[in-house]
Design a protein around this ligand. Structure first.
Ligand code: OAD
Length: 270
């Protein structure tokens, strides 16, 4: 066993030790709910239970390429609501930046497309946007890229962008179900082997291949889950720590234990 205690004090002690130099994070929509962005699968508040108004055959269809090809309106409606720029990073995002400032952050794998990690000041070279982002876009037919400023205008006006060459629909480079994950995700999978600590926050760990990263760390790497509910197989390994609750609160308690609370507040109020 690597951890002396499977709780916040035990974790803080390990983070401060010389054995913990590289922290890898896996995060999902739950780290952004306190910013006002709904997650996908929470009952009642999650996007998938609130998509009925978009007349979808099933909620995930909004992120299916076949459905988008027939009817891009639901996705564009959602894109309008989720478009980055309207939301402020949460204390949990500032915690990720803090890990980077303490030279402990190895890689932050995110499933989120809200770009709040970047906005919180986490260095771009530490972030792997596994499900893509709104930063670039292209035609779904001929793959020609489409201008960023024009795309923004279209999304904000709830207008569907069409390719200037072939008139196909334009889609942000967000990974839809059935599409391959970005090259930088694939080339960074081996980073998992370099982790001395894995922290998983705000994700249901239900979407593959992302979820399977959690099983790729070395046997000696403790895994910590910070989430409202227990997910995946977290808790099944001797050094797994399961901290159930809201991530902003748990992260604050951990920072208190580490003596980093002022640092966290400074970064968050920037
Ligand atoms: P989910 O909505 O599936 O899961 C969010 C998890 O965060 C749930 O377990 C919640 O209980 C938890 N949660 C919510 N608020 C929280 C809070 N304040 N503190 C702690 N935990 C909280 O979201 P993801 O796992 O990110 O794919 O979903 C994965 C992928 O499914 C998304 O990237 C998206 C979706 O289809 C694409 O868009 C391609």
């Amino acid at each position: 066993k690597v951890l002396s205690q499977k709780d916040i004090p035990g974790l803080a002690k390990y983070i401060k030790s010389n054995d913990c130099k590289n922290i890898v994070l896996m995060i999902g929509a739950g780290v952004s709910t306190s910013a006002g962005i709904p997650d996908f699968r929470s009952p009642e508040t999650g996007l998938y239970s609130n998509l009925a108004r978009l007349n979808l055959p099933h909620p995930e269809a909004v992120f299916e390429i076949g459905f988008f090809r027939r009817n891009p309106v639901p996705f564009y409606t959602l894109a309008h609501e989720l478009y980055p720029g309207k939301f402020r990073p949460t204390p949990t995002h500032s915690f990720i930046r803090l890990l980077s400032e303490k030279s402990l952050l190895h890689t932050c794998f995110t499933q989120n497309i809200d770009t709040l990690e970047r906005r919180a000041g986490v260095p771009g070279d530490k972030i792997i946007e596994a499900h893509g982002s709104f930063a670039t876009q292209r035609c779904i037919d001929c793959k020609r890229s489409f201008d960023d400023a024009k795309m923004k205008e279209h999304i904000l006006a709830k207008k569907i962008a069409r390719c200037e060459r072939c008139n196909g629909y334009v889609k942000p480079d967000i990974v839809f179900f059935g599409e391959q994950l970005p090259d930088n995700f694939l080339s960074s999978i081996s980073n998992m082997l370099e982790a001395d600590l894995l922290i998983i926050m705000g994700t249901s760990l239900t979407v593959q291949p992302f979820a399977s990263l959690a099983d790729m760390v070395k046997d000696t790497c403790p895994r910590v889950l910070i989430n409202i509910d227990r997910v995946g197989n977290l808790g099944s390994m001797p050094d797994d720590v399961v901290l159930l609750g809201k991530c902003d609160e748990i992260v604050r308690d951990l920072c208190k234990e580490l003596g980093w609370e002022e640092d966290l507040d400074r970064l968050w109020s920037e």
